[in-house]
Design a binder for this molecule. Structure first.
Ligand code: EPU
Length: 334
């Protein structure tokens, strides 16, 4: 177990905010986590993955916990259905790459998503027509209130768009491993139009081929966290009712949209932000990414949290004024 006081978190958040926490604790096994005496840790206690969906708005007065529980187990009985049990501290894309190599179908559309397996299960990460809940069979957690191990089946995790009951539990559950259910049978998911195009309109032969197409799509649109600080999409795509959509459609020639069950309509926030003329706009060291308007980047490399927050407020009020829709951040503010 590694324990540090007054610890610099710049390398532990992909936005690269220069902030510190009072205590940093990294555990190497679930046993170490179970033996941790939470009553001795400075409050509040916050568990993070690789900090790829977080905005630290200031120094953190409490304890940051991090898992380095790193294992991948294959549970393959030779059936169509195959399982992988993965430690929460494994880099999510390492799991995806291993699954594609196996070759198992199911994880390939989620290639190159930053972060770790535990955080991916909390956040229900998604991309290119897939969400991680589609391949989760179960999630193993430490219940910090009852101090015992609990196993949730996927149906018990309260999954929604970038949402889960873990997110709403106020830190009660710490994910320690995830059981993924994949398929040996040919099962590509090409619902996302851009993905079909990236594959040249041909049926893919392997999950690795889909992975490569997804990686090239992501590299063309999203900043590489190793080069530019960001936390991916900053806002959720808003979901509106049909009347609101009709009002927006009346005032704009074409409105990209996706129909959802129950007569609801999802409108890409990136399109709204771009329509407000905000692509490339700056506040101090922060900017709206010029290739994907839903992403805020630390363009100068030394943006302060206030720069990001000012840009966020500017975007929210511009979109509200023009479309009457309130954008909600996807990135967690701490
Ligand atoms: N668009 C614009 N301007 C832009 C970018 C996009 O008008 O600058 C419009 C286009 O009409 C495009 C549509 O927005 O067709 C959707 O764009 P895109 O396919 O890039 O996806 P997104 O809705 O902006 C979501 C996820 C991403 C994920 C992509 C691809 C959320 C909040 N974001 O973005 O996830 O990679 O789809 O599936 O749902 C993340 O969560 O951090 C993330 C990167």
């Amino acid at each position: 177990m590694k324990v540090f006081s007054n610890y610099d978190l710049s390398a532990l958040n992909t936005f690269r905010m220069k902030v510190k926490c009072a205590r940093f604790v990294e555990y190497e096994s679930v046993k170490e986590l179970e033996e941790l005496d939470f009553s001795t840790l400075p409050d509040p206690v916050k568990h993070i993955g690789r900090g790829s969906n977080l905005l630290f708005t200031k120094d953190f007065p409490g304890t940051i916990l991090h898992s380095s529980v790193d294992y991948i187990k294959y549970i393959d009985l030779g059936l169509d259905e195959v399982y992988m049990a993965v430690g929460a501290g494994v880099e999510f894309d390492r799991f995806v790459e291993e699954a594609c190599k196996a070759p198992y179908w199911g994880a390939e559309n989620l290639s190159l998503i930053p972060g770790e397996v535990g955080a991916a299960a909390v956040q229900n990460v998604g991309a290119y027509g897939a969400e991680v809940k589609d391949i989760i069979a179960g999630v193993v957690c430490l219940d910090t209130r009852e101090h015992r191990k609990v196993v949730f089946k996927v149906g018990e995790c309260g999954y929604g768009y970038r949402d889960s009951m873990f997110k709403r539990s106020g830190g009660r559950y710490i994910v320690t491993s995830v059981l993924f259910k994949l398929s040996r049978k040919y099962k590509p998911n090409l619902e996302y139009k851009g993905l079909k195009d990236a594959l040249g309109g041909k049926e893919p032969e392997s999950p690795m081929q889909v992975r490569e197409a997804v990686c090239s799509l992501r590299r063309s649109k999203l900043p590489d966290p190793a080069q530019v600080g960001s936390a991916g999409s900053f806002f959720k795509n808003p979901v509106v009712d049909a009347a609101t959509f009709a009002r927006i459609a009346l005032q704009n020639d074409t409105v990209p949209h996706y129909l959802l069950p129950g007569g609801l309509v999802k409108i890409p926030a990136a399109w709204m932000i771009e329509q407000c003329g905000l692509k490339g706009q700056k506040e101090g060291g922060a900017a709206v990414y010029d290739r994907q308007a839903l992403v805020i980047v630390n363009s100068s490399g030394d943006a302060a949290p206030e720069d990001i927050l000012r840009l966020e407020m500017r975007i929210v009020s511009a979109v509200e004024d023009r479309f009457g829709v309130e954008l909600v951040p996807e990135v967690e503010h701490i």
